[in-house]
Design a protein around this ligand. Structure first.
Ligand SMILES: C[S@@+](CC[C@H](N)C(=O)[O-])C[C@H]1O[C@@H](n2cnc3c(N)ncnc32)[C@H](O)[C@@H]1O
Length: 220
């Protein structure tokens, strides 16, 4: 295990215990009260646009909320896979799993154990800002490798809002990251820029959730 993997295991051993409740509270406060988390994920799913028969990978799937919702939307016709590095996050993800599918595997997205061009859609949701630049670049290159030509990637990332109080609140929340510096480095180099450097072509982008997040749809 390298330094990066150890940091992640340690951090999510703690954070995974409150990850889902934290997200629920955050969405309750900033995304319209009860049902805010559900609405948040539904909006991301609209961007992913899952279709029967799609092979979709959620890279860094965390506790697999999105994986489960995609699986239900797709009604079992197709293939939904999640890859996640943290054993603690996976333990929570697996509690949500009622059947063998969707597939949730433990692994490092820098070395994704899938064939070239295997998936026609991929997703990275809220994970890149926690990674050092060289890890982000490898993860995005791997996402490119396993996405088929013409296939699409949806990336959701933290976004620094324009309003002063929101930007202040946002910065405060970022400080709980294992490496605050990684979020800063993503802001500096720019999400779109890094996605393009991995050879994806941007289709559209928007800010959502009171500008707390940027969402990008791109194509291989
Ligand atoms: C902020 S969470 C987001 C989880 C999930 N995508 C969501 O939207 O709820 C970031 C996740 O990325 C995972 N992660 C970070 N680096 C990873 C890597 N190299 N490979 C796989 N998972 C990774 C972390 O363990 C964590 O669960």
């Amino acid at each position: 295990m390298d330094y990066y993997q150890k940091t992640y295991q340690r951090w999510y051993n703690l954070f995974s215990k409150v990850y889902d409740p934290f997200m629920r509270l955050f969405c309750f406060l900033f995304n319209g009260g009860f049902g805010g988390k559900q609405r948040f994920h539904e909006l991301i799913i609209k961007w992913i646009d899952p279709q029967p028969g799609d092979k979709i990978i959620d890279i860094c799937c965390g506790t697999a909320t999105l994986v489960m919702m995609l699986y239900e939307k797709q009604n079992g016709i197709g293939e939904i896979t999640g890859i996640e590095i943290s054993f603690a996050q996976l333990r929570i993800a697996r509690k949500k799993q009622k059947h063998e599918r969707p597939f949730i595997i433990q692994g490092d997205a820098r070395y994704a154990p899938f064939a070239d061009n295997y998936f026609n859609k991929s997703v990275i949701c809220g994970a890149l800002h926690e990674m050092p630049q060289e890890v982000r670049s490898t993860v995005l290159s791997e996402a490119y490798r396993i996405t088929m030509p013409g296939g699409k990637i949806t990336i959701l990332e933290h976004n620094k809002p324009n309003k002063k109080w929101k930007a202040w609140l946002f910065d405060l929340m970022e400080r709980v990251n294992p490496e605050y510096a990684t979020y800063k480095s993503l802001l500096k180099s720019g999400l779109i820029n890094e996605i393009e450097q991995a050879n994806f072509k941007i289709i559209k982008t928007d800010t959502i959730f009171r500008e707390f997040f940027q969402i990008v749809l791109a194509k291989k």
